[in-house]
Design a protein around this ligand. Structure first.
Ligand code: HEM
Ligand SMILES: CC(C)=CCC/C(C)=C/CC/C(C)=C/COP(=O)(O)OP(=O)(O)O
Length: 298
């Protein structure tokens, strides 16, 4: 059945700046940038030069925002079918696909040039690859093709600590890859908890997310197993001597809470457990990266 929003998809009203801001997924990009800052800080014993920090954040931020806007563009028809995404600027007809294309291309190009000219070509190309990974490989293909979509696509969203690291060092090193691995293993519990909560939405939009293709119970098992894997991966920075006790204690506490959520979701759920776990996942990652920073400087 065609939704009201689908019918109105080409009817635009005057756009305002809030519509453009929403296209960029600002809270997601803010967290991505925090992980990039931490990547930069951990890459050197000295303070990061503002000459690198500022253009790197502008470039990574603009290219992530461009990727998010392309995701809104490509997904506008399925976003119109889901209660969570129905109010977005494209399904509402507040912005036309042409305006969004021009906006995404402009900020993406400015971001790339900023990184290439003021940071280094390695960071520019790695950020470009992440942009293509999310906007093209995940959004256009994987999301519609396989329940492993977010596992594979998660690599793009996990890249920013490496992008921050290469901005400072101009090389790819093991500690940065470990930070990427943390976000990579965090993504399935982060997203599948929300997907369990919103399973009907995804079924209606015919998106093959894990709870739709393999059921809620199997998804909860996968969330539990990935949370255990995440706990192990999070110990690695301490085990290789990259971090100290502040990190070990802090991350153990965060992981204990995350594991408790995963256990409750599987074995003793209430109606709110899945959404609460998703909400906590954001605090988990944010605090983990803040703790990495504190551990580095204290
Ligand atoms: C393929 C990987 C990922 C998928 C499929 C995914 C999916 C989602 C979804 C569906 C939402 C809900 C958005 C909404 O309520 O409209 C969300 C929220 C969020 N995600 Fe993710 N996510 C992924 C990776 C990441 C990464 C790498 C980060 C940051 C490092 C991140 C940070 C956030 C934040 C901060 C929110 C809350 C946004 C808000 O309240 O507006 N996500 N994610
Ligand atoms: C350059 C770079 C680092 C690019 C990565 C940029 C980026 C914004 C990654 C975030 C991943 C994310 C929010 C996925 C959700 O997409 P979805 O389509 O499954 O969720 P939705 O239904 O809320 O749109």
């Amino acid at each position: 059945m065609e939704s009201v929003a689908t019918k109105n998809i080409t009817k635009t009203r005057n756009a305002n700046w809030r519509d453009y801001l929403e296209l960029t997924k600002p809270r997601v990009v803010a967290l991505l940038l925090l992980t990039a800052v931490v990547g930069m800080c951990l890459a050197t014993e000295e303070l990061v030069s503002l000459n690198v920090l500022v253009p790197a954040l502008i470039g990574i931020g603009l290219m992530s925002a461009a990727a998010a806007a392309i995701n809104h563009l490509v997904d506008r028809h399925i976003d119109a079918k889901m209660a969570r995404t129905l109010r977005r600027p494209l399904p509402q007809g507040n912005l036309s696909p042409t305006k969004v294309t021009v906006f995404a291309a402009s900020i993406g190009a400015i971001g790339f040039v900023t990184l290439y000219a003021w940071v280094n070509p390695l960071t520019a190309w790695l950020t470009f690859a992440s942009m293509v990974g999310y906007a093209v490989i995940y959004t256009m293909f994987l999301k519609r093709a396989t329940p492993q979509n977010i596992v594979i696509g998660g690599l793009a969203g996990a890249a920013p600590p490496l992008l921050g690291w290469t901005a400072v060092t101009n090389e790819i090193n093991a500690p940065a890859v470990l930070l990427v691995m943390i976000i990579f293993t965090w993504t399935p519990p982060h997203f599948w908890a929300l997907a369990v909560h919103r399973a009907k939405d995804y079924a209606r939009a015919e998106i093959p997310m894990l709870p739709v293709t393999h059921g809620i119970d199997f998804t909860k098992t996968c969330i539990f197993l990935y949370t255990i894997l995440l706990t192990v991966v999070c110990l690695m920075p301490f085990l290789i001597g990259m971090t100290g006790m502040i990190y070990l204690v802090g991350v153990s506490l965060l992981n204990a809470i995350f594991l408790a959520y995963a256990w409750k979701l599987k074995y003793a759920p209430s109606k709110k457990t899945a959404f609460n776990m998703f909400a906590f996942s954001i605090w988990h990652l944010m605090l983990l990266f803040v703790i990495l920073l504190v551990d580095h400087y204290v």
